[in-house]
Design a protein around this ligand. Structure first.
Ligand code: DGL
Length: 267
């Protein structure tokens, strides 16, 4: 089926899912919306996150998407079940795929989760992990400085290293063997995080796992795109298209992309 896949996030974080979709599902066209103007969602109330996520959902439905991916952990924690039950198309979040991958990876059942304040407060990962294996020990930590760092494009270099070290000092040598990056912005800091925590901690990025699950669902529901045309992805942001485009081209390794700045006010 030729229709596009809709992917949303509070900003550029969901591009970590897009990157995996481009790699694992290269025939599929992506329509992406990042609500950069209202990012971060992490410190916002549930009502705000719910309202903004529904606006992005309505915008993507208008683009006639065949599948919706809430590529934001904060929005997934608040809205996945209600959006899933309201829509006829498949709706995926990023929390359960990450949790499943962590269960598969851990050897000592000590799993760390880092995310926004909203995600950690919701305990969505604890619930998801415990629903699969009641014997895992989960340690959660909010890292509120990471999203602004990524959105400003400063996710490489000594300043990023300093913020990562300060934020994760409690997690260094605390016994976890697996760390879930429970925010889709964090894979842009993955190298720095991994270097700081050392080789004994396996890092799980939900983007990779989510793309794998998308692939399975598209196959089982007979929704894969069989056309031989090369897909043209379309990106929308509620913020500045310049900075979005710069981060997206860098992260997706593309020389240019189509980015349009839009308002979600009427959705
Ligand atoms: N990428 C979003 C997430 O996965 C970031 C949330 C935010 O905007 O604070 O939670």
């Amino acid at each position: 089926m030729k229709q596009p896949i809709g992917i949303m996030d509070s900003g550029v974080g969901g591009l970590t899912v897009v990157k995996e979709v481009m790699r694992q599902l290269p025939n599929e066209q992506v329509i992406y919306i990042g609500d950069t103007a209202r990012c971060p969602y992490g410190p916002r109330t549930k009502d705000e996150v719910r309202a903004f996520t529904w606006q992005m959902t309505r915008f993507l439905l208008e683009q006639n998407v065949k599948m919706l991916v809430i590529a934001c952990n904060t929005a997934t924690a608040v809205t996945l079940s209600e959006i899933r039950s309201a829509l006829k198309i498949p709706v995926l979040g990023v929390i359960h795929p990450g949790a499943r991958a962590a269960i598969k990876t851990t050897q000592n059942n000590q799993i760390g989760v880092i995310g926004t304040e909203g995600t950690i407060r919701s305990e969505a990962y604890v619930k998801a992990l415990m629903s699969i294996n009641r014997h895992v020990h989960v340690k959660g930590l909010a890292c509120p400085k990471f999203v602004p760092l990524v959105e400003s494009g400063e996710f490489k270099g000594p300043f990023a290293e300093k913020i990562v070290e300060e934020s994760l000092s409690r997690f260094k040598g605390n016994g976890i063997d697996t760390l879930i990056l429970g925010c889709t912005h964090y894979p842009l800091l993955e190298e720095t995080i991994s270097r700081y925590l050392g080789p004994d901690v396996q890092i799980i990025s939900s983007g990779e796992e989510t793309a794998r699950e998308m692939s399975t669902i598209l196959y089982f529901q007979d929704l894969l795109n069989s056309s031989s045309e090369r897909p043209t992805h379309q990106f929308y942001t509620t913020g500045s298209s310049g900075l979005f485009s710069q981060i997206a081209c860098d992260w997706l390794d593309l020389s240019s992309i189509q980015v349009e700045s839009i308002s979600l006010r009427n959705y």
